[in-house]
Design a protein around this ligand. Structure first.
Ligand code: PMT
Length: 434
């Protein structure tokens, strides 16, 4: 019986999305095994194309067993089937994780000296690169220039995560978690590459989660935001090519790939982080649920219950600053500021009427309105919103995943940036703080 060749297993009648998973030679290659597992288990047909250096870290049998396809790093296997062209041509998505400095350089300059770089030249589908390397290599002007060149061509290059690297050192350069890369990949497939790189070059800041205002070392006043909507916004922006900073208040979600994260607890901490990050941002999105009030005093020790049943402590509250209003007041020319509104209708007006008033008071460019009557939305996987703009426009987004809502919000932001409306509205900086 003839041996199975690389091209024998290129599916022709398989409806599963075809993903080429490129793996280049970094220690994080082992994490690509988990990524491969996630992609195959979520219904993708994955072909692994390692570089020769990647095979020093994880052997071909591992990739073959996990993907169910033969594996080669070379253009010289099964030449009659021209896999160096067919793999790229037939792919619905190419993901490279980890993408080393060397792979980024070869991809940026169109080299084709192994199977993976050939695939990158022949693919016409979306391409997602997840870099991983030491901080010095990532920050080197050569690497940054290569990344900029790739992004300018519509390639989605995630920013690496920050944290522990191979040795004792820490810093930016870690491969984003496989779950986060898979989420970015699935998103690119779902959108068909229509928005690939449409936010490239933009610096965006997103807040997510809910603030907690301490009463004593044990207790706090909080809210029910999980951070899912904000994380989806950050992940979608990164997948569309933006440089994303996420300010996360009290979240326990896996971090989206390619996003710089600042963890905060209280509204005042969130304010400090947002004002600092907004300074050079093109877009600021306030998806966090911020406490309007905080206890005037935080007890140094746990507030004790006494034996007297009438002894019930009274908590005096003071107002927190309105961060969104401060961001609007201090925004730089052309910066787009997006607010969220968790609204409920009442006897005086419906949700959208309340939201329009809030948009006018807060002075932001866009306001994303959720109807949170009955506690819906918080912690859920789905959301239905209306995106209001300062000129009176309203775009309803029907019940969808929070990822799809995030994309609709970025579509609105993109439109806002393209039409230059942000400049017009920035001229009237009149803000009424709620
Ligand atoms: O995190 P999830 O579980 O996914 O839930 C998502 C969400 C419902 C939390 C999110 O979609 C949302 O609506 N976030 C904003 C909630 C909110 O605080 O709404 P608000 O109407 O109270 O505030 C309006 C805007 O002002 C918001 O952009 C808020 O971030 C901002 N704000 C509010 C108070 C304050 N002191 N400072 C602020 O900047």
């Amino acid at each position: 019986m003839a041996a199975t060749t690389l091209s024998d297993t290129i599916p022709t009648d398989d409806a599963r999305p075809r993903v080429v998973l490129g793996v280049s030679g970094g220690i994080a290659a082992y994490k690509a095994c988990t990524l491969l597992r996630i992609l195959t288990e979520t219904g993708h047909d994955v072909r692994v194309v390692p570089t020769r250096a990647a095979l020093e870290f994880v052997g071909a049998p591992t990739w073959a067993a996990l993907s169910g396809h033969p594996v080669s790093a070379s253009t010289w296997d099964d030449v009659h089937e021209v896999p160096h062209v067919r793999l790229g041509q037939r792919a619905d998505l190419v993901v490279v994780a980890p993408a080393t400095a060397d792979l980024l350089a070869r991809a940026a300059h169109g080299l084709a000296d192994d199977l993976l770089t050939n695939v990158l030249l022949t693919a016409r589908c979306p391409v997602l690169l997840a870099p991983a390397m030491h901080t010095e290599m990532w920050q080197h002007p050569a690497t940054q220039a290569n990344v900029a060149l790739l992004r300018s061509r519509g390639v989605v290059v995630l920013d690496p995560a920050s944290g522990r690297l191979t040795g004792a050192d820490t810093g930016p350069g870690r491969l984003p978690e496989p779950e986060a890369i898979a989420a970015a990949a699935v998103r690119l497939l779902a959108r068909g590459g229509a928005d690939v790189g449409d936010l490239a070059g933009l610096r965006v800041v997103v807040s997510a989660g809910g603030t907690r205002e301490p009463l004593d070392p044990v207790r706090y006043l909080g809210n029910r935001s999980s951070g899912k909507q904000g994380f989806a916004l950050a992940g979608a922006a990164a997948a569309r090519g933006a440089h994303v900073r996420l300010v996360a208040a009290n979240t326990v979600l896996p971090l989206p790939g390619g996003v710089e994260v600042t963890a905060v607890g209280t509204a005042l901490e969130l304010r400090t982080a947002m004002l600092a990050a907004a300074g050079d941002a093109d877009v600021v999105v306030m998806a966090a649920a911020v406490a309007d009030f905080r206890p005037a005093q935080v007890a140094e020790h746990k507030i004790k219950k006494t034996d007297d049943p009438d002894d019930t402590p009274v908590v005096r509250l003071v107002r927190n600053p309105d961060i969104l209003a401060e961001l609007v007041a201090g925004r730089r020319p052309g910066q787009v500021v997006v607010g969220f509104a968790a609204e409920t209708g009442d006897e005086s007006a419906d949700v959208l009427t309340h939201a329009r008033r809030k948009l006018a008071r807060k002075g932001c460019d866009l306001l994303v309105v959720n109807d949170v009557s009955g506690g819906q939305v918080f912690g859920q996987e789905h959301n239905a919103v209306t995106v209001l703009d300062a000129a009176g426009g309203a775009v309803p987004v029907p019940l969808s995943t929070k990822e799809a809502v995030a994309d609709a919000v970025w579509d609105a932001v993109r439109h806002r940036l393209d039409t230059g409306a942000a400049d017009d509205d920035a001229a009237d900086g009149d803000v009424d703080v709620m």
